[in-house]
Design a protein around this ligand. Structure first.
Ligand code: FES
Length: 179
């Protein structure tokens, strides 16, 4: 999904004459999106999949490390996608002092900076992703805290999903447990 917000950035950079190498990572080939569009605007496009069904088998971080180790020079890295991926991209680029920007997909409620649901810690300070982000310096983000916060409704989400699935299958709870 992170490929979609990266695409206009790559397109704009190309229009400014900036070379951009792009790595798209996905679980498998069916989960890939925007590959043809990205191919048209990226200087070089690399695809990685967890199962090797498209591109090279492995994680985006392995490809990133490979490109840097091969002597490619980059001025900035932009990572958008699952929090865990962004965490490990940040750890990888930190080794090379490569400036890295991430776009955080924190849980949001009001989206106006009032509820505090989207708060993250960046450089030791509380920041609200909705009004102060979503882009932050990746090397300053407390990803472990952000991932803990992102998972705090997981039980409720799983319960809601299970109830929906049961309803779709025609189940009707007679004792009110699906309320
Ligand atoms: Fe409520 Fe950001 S979503 S403060």
């Amino acid at each position: 999904v992170g490929t979609a917000p990266v695409y206009p950035q790559v397109k704009w950079l190309k229009e400014q004459g900036v070379e951009v190498d792009v790595i798209i990572g996905a679980k498998n080939r069916d989960m890939l999106i925007y590959t043809e569009e990205m191919e048209r605007v990226a200087s070089r496009l690399y695809i990685t999949t967890d199962d090797g069904s498209a591109g090279s088998k492995g994680l985006v971080t392995a490809k990133l490390e490979e490109l840097i180790a091969a002597g490619n020079h980059y001025d900035e890295c932009v990572a958008i996608g699952p929090m865990i991926m962004m965490k490990f991209v940040a750890l990888t680029t930190k080794k090379y002092s490569l400036k890295t920007t991430v776009s955080l997909n924190a849980l949001m409620v009001d989206g106006t900076g009032m509820c505090g649901a989207c708060r993250v810690t960046v450089a030791g300070k509380t920041r609200f992703t909705c009004v102060e982000g979503p882009e932050f310096d990746a090397h300053e983000v407390d990803f472990d805290e952000a991932m803990r916060r992102q998972g705090m409704y997981r039980n409720l989400e799983q319960r809601a999903l299970a109830i929906r699935k049961e309803r779709e299958e025609g189940h009707k709870c007679r004792i009110g447990l699906d309320k």
